[in-house]
Design a protein around this ligand. Structure first.
Ligand code: ATP
Ligand code: MG
Length: 507
């Protein structure tokens, strides 16, 4: 059998942890090969070894049958290997076109030939249905488009072995469907794809084979067509997983969050991102903001958290907090699991234990006349690590940057749920988590509700919206177009509201 890539007995050791322990992975030409495993199982590490970012401590790599040393990403590129990273690696202040061409610019007599590059990029963009605005800056475009830029970057370099590290975690359902089609098209053309995802239905839809890792070890490879979703999740977690959310009736209480006529305008002369929105969130209720990405959810949440200016009033437990600082809101009952975990969730160069007290290190519990109580901070971290199963090599002292994506997310969740609060704003809280962890988080949200907290859940995933929420507010072009209950509405109807084809009369 010819394999385009054969990774044999790969071992990669980090301080305190064997991230890859004797892993063998074989990729056939033209196949879509899924890589499945819990958060921290070693998927990104294995792909980083293949892409030349990490040097393995053991094992070898054969590329098209030839044993090869891949010492850096340039080597990988020369071998036709491209990678879309779990957290994109684009230059924020450059345009999409500049990012795609970066590093392989063509020049003529020392002058950049951007015109040709532009032509090639736009041709690829059309050919593969990867719509981009070549002149927009990365910081101004949606994550969906950023991802298309990453894919175009690989295609621009004529890569034919493509690694996608959790490409769908940040995408909307519509974008996911598009990406699935794009991947199928690429594979049909003979490109070979390694695809990491926690979403078993996606693996079922596009992958030919699936290899499973668990805690750094290789568990096995299966043909996807012959394997059920339940079987795959059991291989991954080592036990049966509840894919459904169990919850009782809600008993809503007092209003915790009262939002009246809230508007957010970004940049002068632009359309309002949030337009005159009014709603309430009560104790004992999970209220969900549903909608297609980029319909104002981001701005609404940033306004509630005090990160973005807004007009209108925001009341918390009856008190007007519209003009209060982020810290004031943080210390007066608002917990926030942010959409962008790197920008607003963690300080990546701090340790895990420092990250777990980011908004509370100055409180008497952790500090005394300006001196930090390190033992208390450590104790706190150890408690949350245990409760939330946050996995990393060095426990409390692990640098956040060196944690797996899913475990970074678990750390934020743990901190925000553990903190004293009345309102929990959770934006895409299960993004990037494995099925076992999703089950756990959903249970936590229900527990929050049952213990009398108000929960505002923002989610792009309809399954999550329907399963977890008690009440759904649909946001479309910055306006609330529906206020419905999951039991009274179908997914199709919700889709109509989300796309703006339908609107409730009374909202
Ligand atoms: N640069 C690093 N330094 C130290 N430890 C690391 C580093 N990168 C990863 N690790 C550790 O190696 C283990 C595997 O991490 P990896 O990122 O490969 O997991 P993953 O399977 O991709 O998980 P996720 O689904 O959460 O993205 C984790 O325990 C992580 O903490
Ligand atoms: Mg990963």
């Amino acid at each position: 059998m010819d394999y385009v890539i054969e990774m044999q007995h790969i071992t990669k050791i980090f301080p305190g942890i064997i991230a890859n322990d004797d892993i063998t992975l074989q990729l056939k030409k033209g196949e879509i090969h899924a890589l499945l495993g819990e958060n921290g199982a070693g998927k990104s590490t294995l792909m980083s070894v293949l892409f030349g970012l990490y040097e393995p401590d053991g094992g070898k790599i054969l590329v098209r049958g030839q044993e090869t040393v891949i010492a850096n990403p340039n080597d990988a590129n020369r071998l036709g290997i491209g990678m879309v990273h779990q957290h994109f690696k684009l230059v924020d202040v450059f345009t999409t076109l500049e990012n795609i061409v970066l590093g392989v610019e063509t020049t003529h007599l020392g002058v950049l030939k951007m015109d040709e590059a532009r032509k090639k990029v736009m041709k690829l963009s059309e050919q593969y249905g990867l719509a981009i605005d070549p002149d927009a800056k990365i910081c101004d475009i949606s994550v969906g488009m950023q991802q298309r830029v990453e894919i175009l970057k690989m295609l621009y370099r004529d890569n034919d072995i493509l690694i996608f590290d959790e490409p769908t975690a940040v995408l909307t359902p519509q974008e996911i469907e598009e990406l699935m089609q794009i991947m199928k098209g690429l594979a049909a053309e003979g490109k070979s794809i390694l695809f990491i995802s926690h979403k078993l239905n996606e693996i079922k839809e596009v992958a030919d084979r699936c290899s499973v890792l668990r805690k750094g070890k290789y568990i096995g490879t299966v043909d996807v067509a012959d394997t059920t979703i339940e079987e795959m999740s059991e291989m991954m977690v080592g036990r049966k997983v509840m894919l459904q959310v169990e919850k009782g009736e809600m008993t809503p209480g007092d209003v915790v969050l009262d939002v009246q006529h809230l508007s957010v305008q970004v940049g002068e002369g632009h359309k309002k991102k949030v337009n005159d929105v009014s709603f309430q969130v009560r104790k004992g209720e999970i209220t969900c903001i549903a909608g297609i990405d980029n319909n104002g959810q981001t701005e609404l949440v940033l306004a509630l958290a005090g990160i973005m200016p807004s007009t209108g009033t925001i009341k918390l437990n009856g008190e007007d907090i519209s003009h209060q600082s982020i810290r004031y809101r943080n210390t007066h009952g608002v917990s926030h699991i942010p959409e962008d975990r790197h920008k607003h969730g963690l300080v990546l160069d701090f340790t895990l234990e420092q990250n777990l007290v980011l908004q509370s290190f100055f409180e008497p519990e952790y500090s005394n006349h300006g001196f930090l109580k390190f033992d208390k901070i450590r104790e706190h971290a150890e408690k949350l690590i245990e409760q939330y199963d946050i996995r990393s090599g060095n426990g409390p002292t692990n640098i956040a940057r060196a944690m797996s994506g899913g475990n970074q997310q678990k750390a934020i969740l743990a901190r925000e749920i553990d903190r004293k609060h009345d309102l929990l704003i959770a934006v895409q809280p299960t993004r990037g988590l494995d099925v076992g962890a999703i089950e756990f988080i959903h249970k936590q949200l229900v527990k929050e509700r049952d213990s009398g907290k108000a929960v505002l859940l923002v989610s792009l995933e309809l399954d999550e919206v329907m399963d977890v929420s008690d009440r759904i507010l649909v946001l479309c072009e910055g306006e609330i177009v529906a206020n419905v209950y999951p039991k009274d509405v179908t997914v199709q109807e919700l889709g109509l509201y989300m796309s703006g084809s339908k609107r409730e009369a009374n909202v």
